[in-house]
Write a protein that binds this ligand. Structure first.
Ligand code: NAP
Length: 276
C-alpha cells in the first residue's frame, strides 16, 4: 500500500475540475487523480497536463454509475488505505434556451448534481482520513434559488437538524412535482439547476454536522462553495473568470492547513463564508 497522500477531483477532464487538478498538482504534496466518466477524454486531459510538466494520475469515474463509484472506492482503499482530499466538482446544466421539457431537465439535472454527488459522498466519505478536506462545488445559484422557495421550504433547507433522508425526500419530491406540473404551486423555484445546487449546499451542511458528531477529533473539514462565474463549456465565453480563477476557492478549501478548524459546513465564495 502506498503511504502517499491522495486527492481526487470528480469531472476533471475539462473546465473548473481540470483547473483544480492543475493547481493541486502544483500545490498538493501527494498523488492527484484526474477523473472522467469517459477514459478517452480523461487521458487526453492527463496528456495536456503532462505537456505542462505536471504528473496527474487517472481513474475513471462516472458519478451517475454506482459501480463506477465503488470501483474507485475499492481502488483507493487498496492502494492508499483511504483518501485525503475529495473535490466533488462534476456537474451538469441545461442551457437556458434548451427546449427539453422542464420535468426531464429536473430529473436529469438532479440525478447527476444531487443524487450522483450524494452517492460519491456515501461511498467515499468513510474513506476520508483524519485532517482530510472535502469540497462540494455548489453555486451562488443555490442561494438565489433558496430565496425563490416558499417560506416553508426555506425553513427546511436552513434547518440545523434536517437529516440526509429528509433532504433526499425533498429532492425527489421536486422531481415528482415537476412531472405533475405543480412544482411552483408546491413552493419550488423554476430552476432545476438551482434546486440541485440547494441540494448540494444543504447536503454539505448535513455531512459536516455528522462529521463533527461522529468523527470528532479527526479534524476533517467539509464545505460547499461557489467558484464564481467561470468561462467553461457550462457557462460560456462571456463569464468573467478564467477556469484558473474559478479553481481558487475550491483549491483554497481543499488545501486548508492541518492547523485550521474552520471553515467547516459552510457555503464559501471568494474564499469567504457566506450566509445561508
Ligand atoms: P463543464 O466545463 O461543463 O465541466 C463539467 C465536468 O463535469 C466535465 O468534466 C463533465 O464531464 C463532468 N461530468 C458531468 N457529468 C458527469 C458524471 N455523471 N460523472 C462524471 N463527470 C461528469 O462545467 P464547469 O463550469 O467546469 O463546472 C464544474 C462545476 O462547477 C459544476 O458542478 C458546476 O455546476 C459548478 N459551477 C460552475 C459555474 C460556472 O460559471 N462555470 C458556476 C457555479 C458553479 P464530460 O466532459 O464527460 O461531460
Amino acid at each position: 500500500m502506498s503511504s502517499a497522500q491522495v486527492a481526487v477531483v470528480t469531472g476533471s477532464n475539462k473546465g473548473i475540475g481540470l483547473a483544480v487538478v492543475r493547481a493541486l498538482c502544483r500545490q498538493f504534496p501527494g498523488d492527484v487523480y484526474l477523473t472522467s466518466r469517459d477514459p478517452g477524454r480523461g487521458q487526453a486531459a492527463v496528456a495536456q497536463l503532462q505537456q505542462e510538466g505536471l504528473r496527474p494520475l487517472f481513474h475513471q469515474l462516472d458519478i451517475d454509475d454506482l459501480q463506477s463509484i465503488r470501483a474507485l472506492r475499492d481502488f483507493l482503499k487498496d492502494k492508499y488505505g483511504g483518501l485525503d482530499v475529495l473535490v466533488n466538482n462534476a456537474g451538469i446544466a441545461f442551457k437556458v434556451h434548451d427546449t427539453t421539457p422542464f420535468a426531464v431537465q429536473a430529473e436529469v439535472t438532479l440525478k447527476t448534481n444531487f443524487f450522483g454527488t450524494r452517492n460519491v459522498c456515501t461511498e467515499l466519505l468513510p474513506l476520508v482520513k483524519p485532517y482530510g478536506r472535502v469540497v462540494n462545488v455548489s453555486s451562488m445559484v443555490s442561494s438565489s434559488a433558496l430565496r425563490g422557495c416558499s417560506q416553508e421550504l426555506q425553513q427546511k433547507f436552513r434547518s440545523d437538524t434536517i437529516t440526509e433522508e429528509e433532504l433526499v425526500q425533498l429532492m425527489a419530491k421536486f422531481v415528482e412535482d415537476t412531472k405533475r406540473g405543480v412544482h411552483q404551486k408546491e413552493g419550488w423555484p423554476n430552476t432545476a439547476y438551482g434546486v440541485s445546487k440547494i441540494g448540494v449546499t444543504v447536503l454539505s451542511r448535513i455531512q459536516a454536522r455528522l462529521l463533527s458528531e461522529q468523527r470528532k477529533g479527526d479534524h476533517i473539514l467539509l464545505n460547499a462553495c461557489c467558484p464564481g462565474w467561470v468561462r467553461t463549456d457550462m457557462a460560456g465565453p462571456k463569464a468573467t473568470k478564467s477556469p484558473e480563477e474559478g479553481a481558487e476557492t475550491p483549491v483554497y478549501l481543499a488545501l486548508l492547513p492541518s492547523s485550521a478548524d474552520a471553515p467547516h459546513g459552510q457555503f464559501v465564495s471568494e474564499k469567504t463564508v457566506k450566509p445561508w
